[in-house]
Design a protein around this ligand. Structure first.
Ligand code: SF4
Ligand code: SF4
Ligand code: SF4
Length: 309
């Protein structure tokens, strides 16, 4: 079956699109069966329908729409709505789209304050926050499903190219792609001894491992005292089933977002750490556990949270 594909990137770094291209040679047979109708990364496209309203965004009809990035301004919201209208199945591609991603870290501050801070600097002449020819910002960074219906969530920062290829293949074969149900820990080969450090180490310390041995011989990084987010992070990164960061002997930072879409990575991790006897006070950068999943109201300005309590 041939299907039409449209893709868009909103509040994103374009890394997810690069991951799409990084499917590499395996993309060639897929392209024989995919008709790319809209892909600004590769093809020029005028958003306005010449016959329609100048302000209306027009995107060609497609069976599948990939959208990366969250939503932070009114233009991105319009593009998302146009994609939803044109695409039968909408896929949130990447953790910015599924959970806000790194850009949603700004949600810790009121948007106006954050912009003021960015455009005022102590080292150069402060400038006004740009307000001409730029779309107005929303009050915070939203994930896609906070603004429209999303059919499939494909997290990752960026998602591994093999995962994107598998989802596209499933579509072409008329199958519904299976959601991830495993955590990073479930696919991690490290050795677990059941003996944990009682305080968390800063990431500036080196993990204990023998570079001549496989990762299977390395003790679990969480047990070694590093804040490894593997227990609360969706699996799927890396090749041959080995999580990408663990393979590089560094802790998981949580970039695939929570295992179940609605879970809170910070609460899950804190529960796990405390139940392992780790001293709560040694966990100094708690909010960093939401560095990839700050949308859905997880990260909020302090004052707002105080008002709510
Ligand atoms: S999920 Fe990561 S790679 Fe994709 S757009 Fe966001 S920051 Fe970039
Ligand atoms: S906590 Fe980290 S190192 Fe330990 S098993 Fe999970 S992913 Fe592997
Ligand atoms: S190990 Fe964690 S941070 Fe590293 S790529 Fe996998 S999900 Fe992302």
């Amino acid at each position: 079956m041939n299907i039409r594909l449209a893709a868009e990137s909103l509040h994103s770094c374009s890394g997810c699109e690069i991951s799409l291209l990084n499917i590499g040679e395996a993309l060639i047979p897929l392209l024989n069966r995919l008709q790319l109708v809209h892909l600004p990364l590769l093809m020029d496209h005028k958003y306005s329908d010449p016959a329609g309203s100048e302000t209306e965004i027009s995107i060609p009809k497609a069976e599948i729409g990939l959208v990366s990035g969250g939503v932070a301004n009114t233009h991105q919201l319009q593009v998302l709505e146009a994609m939803r209208k044109s695409c039968t199945t909408l896929v949130a591609l990447g953790t910015c789209g599924t959970h806000g991603g790194i850009p949603a870290m700004i949600n810790e501050w009121p948007m106006a304050d954050a912009l003021q801070t960015v455009f005022s600097t102590v080292t150069t002449e402060p400038v006004d926050v740009p307000n001409q020819d730029t779309p107005p910002m929303l009050d915070r960074v939203y994930s896609l499903d906070e603004k429209t219906d999303v059919d499939i969530f494909l997290p990752g920062c960026p998602p591994d190219p093999t995962i994107i290829a598998r989802v596209l293949e499933d579509f072409l074969d008329g199958l519904t792609p299976e959601p991830v149900t495993k955590s990073v820990c479930d696919t991690c080969p490290t050795r677990r001894t059941g003996k944990s450090e009682r305080k968390l180490l800063r990431f500036t310390a080196n993990a204990r491992f023998d570079s001549n041995e496989s990762t299977a011989s390395m003790q679990c990084l969480l047990e070694q005292g590093f804040l490894c987010m593997g227990p609360v992070t969706a699996g799927g990164c890396g090749h041959q089933g080995e999580p990408a960061c663990i393979r590089a002997r560094v802790p998981c930072r949580g970039c695939y977002g929570p295992v179940r879409h609605q879970d809170n990575q910070m609460l899950g991790m804190l529960n796990g750490l405390v139940s392992q006897g780790i001293d709560f006070k040694t966990i100094i950068d708690r909010k960093s556990m939401l560095r990839f999943s700050g949308a859905h109201g997880r990260l909020r300005p302090l004052k707002e949270k105080k008002r709510a309590s």
